[in-house]
Design a protein around this ligand. Structure first.
Ligand SMILES: CSC[C@H]1O[C@H](OP(=O)(O)O)[C@H](O)[C@@H]1O
Ligand code: ADE
Length: 290
């Protein structure tokens, strides 16, 4: 299996990374099925990275259909230690305008139908998740964004991302409820990924690209896919610059991450007495604790 220490998951509008060199397309199989698409390994800033189009390169998977476990497990199989997610989001605050970038530090879970753990079937673990984003990785990401001085883009260094089920966008009552909770942005994908990445001991951070004001803003039309894609395509060039600069900084100075030892005190089951089949299935996550 080829290896890459940095993973990138591209969301709506970001289906490839133009700057990747020496590309290798890898069909990864995992104990949790196939990922959303082939993983694209390539060299960026002298480092091997693994890129995955979250909804597939043809955007054929709904948020509720995403094979989150296979996607994260595939990254683990490739040796990924830092995972950057680029995602389209709606803004729940006037000051976060379309084309802005938010690096969230918190999530609120409004999903209904997602499998967000690798555990079960005889092995129980409870990860610590008070700080769901790796703050050291987020700091590298925010510093990279700030260093680029991108025109028209305001950086928001923190914020709360509401993860809803979808696929329909929110009602105005829901949108205003999330605003009353103080949330900053809304999307449909990043929370299950963040949970699974933590269980897989991969540092995870989100580059949230604002595409719309959802439906709460009296002076803006309610969100449409046309609006989202239009703005995200405008953002895609900037997002790729940010990812490239982040990869450069990470390769030069990979930060420590608490995520890298997230399972140390999380596993309650005595592994020597756990079912062999589950131990084998989770082998890659558990091997250092056997
Ligand atoms: C195309 S609008 C809704 C869609 O966009 C976001 O996707 P991603 O997080 O993968 O960039 C949002 O979560 C929805 O899946
Ligand atoms: N307004 C919105 N709600 C949920 N997901 C989104 N992705 C982009 N804009 C969104």
């Amino acid at each position: 299996m080829p290896q890459a220490s940095i993973g990138i998951i591209g969301g709506s509008g970001l289906y490839k990374m133009d700057a990747l060199k020496d590309i290798e397309e890898v069909q990864v199989q995992t104990p949790f099925g196939s990922p959303s698409d082939a993983l694209i390994l390539g060299t960026l800033e002298g480092t091997r990275v693994a890129f995955l189009a979250r909804h597939g390169r043809n955007h054929a998977l709904l948020p509720s259909e995403l094979p989150f476990r296979a996607n994260i497990y595939a990254m683990k199989q490739l040796g990924v230690e830092y995972l950057i997610s680029a995602s389209a989001v709606g803004s729940l605050k006037a000051e976060a305008k379309p084309l802005d970038m938010v690096v969230p530090d918190q999530f609120i879970d409004r999903t209904k139908n997602r499998i967000s753990t690798f555990f079960g079937e005889g092995i129980v673990a409870h990860i610590t998740f008070g700080d769901p984003i790796c703050q050291n990785l987020a700091a590298v990401l925010t510093d990279a964004i700030a260093s680029l001085n991108l025109p028209e883009v305001t950086l928001h260094r923190s914020g709360t991302y509401v993860c809803m089920e979808g696929p329909a966008f929110s009602t105005k009552a829901e949108s205003n409820l999330y605003r009353s909770w103080g949330a900053t942005v809304i999307g449909m994908t990043n929370l299950p990924e963040a949970k699974l990445a933590r269980e897989a001991e991969i540092a995870y951070a989100t580059l949230a690209l604002v595409t719309d004001y959802d439906c709460w803003h009296p002076d803006h039309d309610s969100v449409t896919v046309e609006m989202v894609i239009g703005n995200l395509l405008r953002n895609a060039v900037n997002a790729q610059k940010v990812i490239q600069e982040t990869v450069r900084r990470l390769s030069e100075n990979p930060p420590p991450s608490e995520a890298h030892s997230a399972l140390k005190y999380a596993i309650l089951t005595q592994l020597d007495k756990a079912p062999a089949a589950t131990k084998e299935k989770l082998g890659l996550l558990l091997q250092k604790y056997f």
